[in-house]
Design a protein around this ligand. Structure first.
Ligand code: GLU
Length: 424
């Protein structure tokens, strides 16, 4: 079969423009006040730093770091730190804005922020990554804070980086506050259930969406793009619900099996194979485009942004798209999927499980009292179902897509808070 291709990244020049396109559409539909719309079109704070770091070969390299705080109307800003080569001002601005809307949709007392360092974590040693992370934390020492701005993992970072951030931040401030960062290792105050939470939220949204379309999960098929923290857990949890996973992929390959891929075998394979699927024998190798357009009921893009272009949208067979990634769909593709009557569960709802359990972690840190995994999962599932229901209701009330309805759900809350707090 055809060889692996990298998903198209050309769809939209500016990710922040993609946010504004949806913001404008929602603002018009709900009649958002002009001043709030104006305020939300600009991030509240944008910090850019240069990080000189000594590499293993003794040479100094300078890395570019960002933190964008989009809004703090509903509470301290919350959002992950991304390590990737395409990290840029435009990207963090878009991702920070999505965090504002995501936290509001999930009913969390947070605003939105996002950070990143432009680097390729796959090409860096553990020591280099630690020095970059500590340099970044030092540069952001006055930005982060337990009740100010709370980072978490995102693409290219994990609990390990959060431990370094926690340690560096507390050394600088002379405190021992576990709640300054979430997604930490359990032994440092992390929450049970946090690691799988984003994938779990995708699973809950999928179940609710299938129910809306009267499809029994036991008769449903799904394709999952991405096999990292989000896609890997999502594929596992969906298959545990009896859903047949016919296609999976990561950046090294995509695989299809109409009889269903053994997800446990795929996870075991990746765990022993440098965490990649390359060489996996549980399916036929296909391209990423084949995966996105294959015959299935549910498509879960859980890898990169901008993969569902207008062209791809025309070819999608799935009845439901559940966006595990942030920004996987370009605005032009929204219209195509709406015309095709595809039920799209948008990113700011579908992947809010991660930040929801981040919030639970922060609450547990503040209490100094920790919940069982079941307690965390039950609270998560209930919160997710509630968020889905309010977006669904707004989509009916305003006769609009779930995406625009999710923005409306968020904007209504942010508008209320912004008006109460007022402007200068
Ligand atoms: N990076 C994740 C996201 O995009 C989680 C953010 C958090 O837990 O603060 O939603």
């Amino acid at each position: 079969m055809a060889t692996q291709t990298v998903p198209s990244m050309v769809a939209h020049d500016s990710m922040f423009d993609a946010v504004l396109a949806r913001l404008d559409a929602a603002a018009k539909t709900m009649n958002l006040s002009e001043e709030v719309s104006k305020v939300l079109r600009n991030p509240q704070k944008l910090v850019k730093v240069s990080l000189p770091v000594t590499m293993d070969n003794g040479k100094v390299e300078v890395f570019e770091g960002y933190r964008c705080i989009h809004s703090t109307y509903l509470g301290p800003s919350k959002g992950g730190i991304r390590y990737a080569m395409d990290v840029s001002q435009d990207e963090v601005m878009a991702l920070a804005a999505w965090m504002s809307f995501k936290c509001a949709v999930a009913n969390l007392p947070y605003g939105g922020g996002k950070g990143g360092v432009k680097c390729d974590p796959r090409k860096l040693s553990v020591g280099e990554l630690e020095r970059i992370t500590r340099a970044y934390t030092k540069a952001m020492a006055d930005v982060f804070g337990v009740d100010r701005d709370i980072p978490a993992p995102d693409m290219g970072t994990s609990a390990r980086e959060m431990a370094w951030i926690l340690d560096e931040f507390n050394k600088i401030h002379g405190d021992d506050l576990p709640g300054v960062v979430t997604g930490k290792p359990i032994v440092l105050g992390g929450s049970l259930g946090r690691d799988a939470a984003t994938g779990r939220g995708v699973m809950v949204c999928t179940k609710v969406a299938l129910k809306k379309l009267n499809i029994d999960p036991k008769n449903a098929t799904a394709a999952v793009q991405g096999f990292g923290n989000v896609g890997g857990h999502a594929a596992r949890l969906l298959s545990e619900q009896g859903i047949k996973i016919v296609a999976i992929s990561d950046h090294t390959g995509a695989f299809y099996n109409e009889n269903g891929i053994d997800i446990k075998a795929a996870l075991d394979y990746a765990a022993k194979n440098d965490r990649v699927l390359k060489g996996f024998k549980g399916g036929t190798e296909i391209t990423n485009e084949d995966l996105l357009t294959c015959k299935c009921d549910v498509l879960v893009p859980a890898a990169l942004q901008n993969v569902i272009t207008e062209e791809i949208a025309h070819k999608i067979h799935a009845k439901i798209v559940v966006e595990g990634a942030n920004g996987p769909t370009v605005p032009e593709a929204d219209h195509v999927m709406r015309e095709k009557n595809i039920l799209v569960v948008p990113d700011i709802l579908a992947n809010s499980g991660g930040v929801t359990v981040s919030y639970f972690e922060w609450v547990q840190n503040k209490m100094g009292y920790y919940w069982s995994e079941k307690e965390v999962n039950d609270k998560h599932d209930a919160n997710m179902e509630l968020a889905f229901a309010s977006v669904w209701e707004n989509s009916n009330t305003f006769k609009t897509s779930m995406r625009i309805a999710a923005y409306i759900t968020a904007l209504k809350k942010i508008e209320q808070a912004a008006k109460l707090k007022g402007f200068f």
